[in-house]
Design a protein around this ligand. Structure first.
Ligand code: APR
Length: 306
């Protein structure tokens, strides 16, 4: 039987996720949105591209959650995006209502699905999905770490003129301005970044990574990034459906790991068919641990507000 992925929110990120996923030929796709006709139109357009790219996937769009029944993966991107001058946290209450509804409607129809959440503020919205859906923590994962890390990888590759494939970066912590790019653990073909780049260049890359989302919001003026976030979701979905046991940074529920408990937070996780199979704990120095704890405080305060 073919796999099925439902994407709630067929806006910029939802539709682009469908685009990346359709090319991977790993699942039939369903787009759901509140805007009438829009998910149907985008789905039909994408479906009509399949003969050109040679991918036998079926893509449908709907305004009705019944279309999501028996999904293997549910991706939630529904929500309001950031406008210039807004932080991700400013979206908390408006997006919480949207997430509650999307979770209730989809869990009822796909109780076995793995959930991948994108809506901001990411860590708090992922926590909310787990709670509202009464889901096992390992079945709910937030997409943020792959995005933050791929931004850093792109900046390092540009700086050094090496292939993006040689650059491995690990950005942990909450998906906010105090995220924690780990420069000691990040490397180019095995050589740690802090041994290759001078401190001022490394600091500039770390800062640009932290502000990476805001940089794009400022340029776009009417929305936030979507190509890279969507590519990151697609990588997570592929790792799950193919049971790859792939280690990526993502928001996972912590139960004592890194000295933190009861929050969703960006850490390296191993993804497979059952969702989060394992949380990997890096050996952090006191400075890195302190940055992580500061970031965790920001996430905890949002969860408390909810
Ligand atoms: N149910 C279904 N879809 C909804 C709902 C709802 N209750 N409310 C809003 N949507 C849809 C919108 O109609 C829109 O098509 O969610 C979609 C969001 O798409 P965009 O506005 O294009 O936003 P996008 O850039 O995709 O970002 C979505 O991800 O990165 C985060 O902060 C960002 O929270 C935002 C989310």
């Amino acid at each position: 039987m073919k796999n099925k992925i439902s994407i709630i929110g067929a806006g910029q990120t939802g539709a682009t996720t469908a685009h990346w996923l359709a090319a991977m030929e790993i699942a039939d796709l369903v787009l759901v949105d509140i805007v009438e006709g829009m998910p149907q139109g985008k789905a039909l357009d994408l479906l009509e591209a399949m003969p050109v790219i040679g991918s036998d996937v079926y893509v449908t769009g709907s305004n009705d959650y019944d279309a999501t029944e028996n999904s293997d993966i549910v991706v939630i991107t529904a929500g309001l995006p950031r406008k210039p001058g807004m932080s991700r946290d400013d979206l908390l209450f408006a997006n919480a209502d949207i997430i509650r509804k999307a979770t209730e409607e989809t869990v009822r129809r796909s109780p076995e699905a793995i959930f991948i959440i994108l809506t901001n503020p990411l860590d708090a919205m992922t926590y909310l999905t787990m709670k509202v859906g009464n889901l096992k923590p390992e079945k709910v994962i937030g997409q943020a770490g792959i995005l933050d890390s791929t931004r850093m990888r792109a900046f390092v590759a540009m700086e050094l003129g090496v292939s993006v494939e040689n650059v491995h970066c690990y950005v942990l912590g909450g998906h906010g301005d105090d995220m924690v790019p780990l420069t000691r653990h990040s490397n180019v073909a095995g050589v740690p970044l802090n041994k290759i780049l001078p401190p001022d260049r490394l600091e500039a890359i770390v800062n640009r990574t932290r502000q990476g989302g805001g940089e794009i919001v400022k340029l776009l003026k009417t929305g936030s990034a979507f190509y890279a976030p969507a590519a990151a979701i697609a990588q997570m979905a592929e790792a799950i459906l193919k049971d790859k046991h792939l280690v990526v940074p993502a928001a996972a529920y912590l139960n004592g790991e890194y000295g933190l408990k009861g929050i969703y937070f960006g850490v390296p996780v191993q993804l497979g068919r059952s969702g989060v199979e394992k949380i990997i704990e890096y050996d952090l120095n006191p400075e890195e641990q302190e940055m992580l704890e500061k970031s965790a405080e920001s996430v905890s305060s949002l969860i408390e507000k909810l």
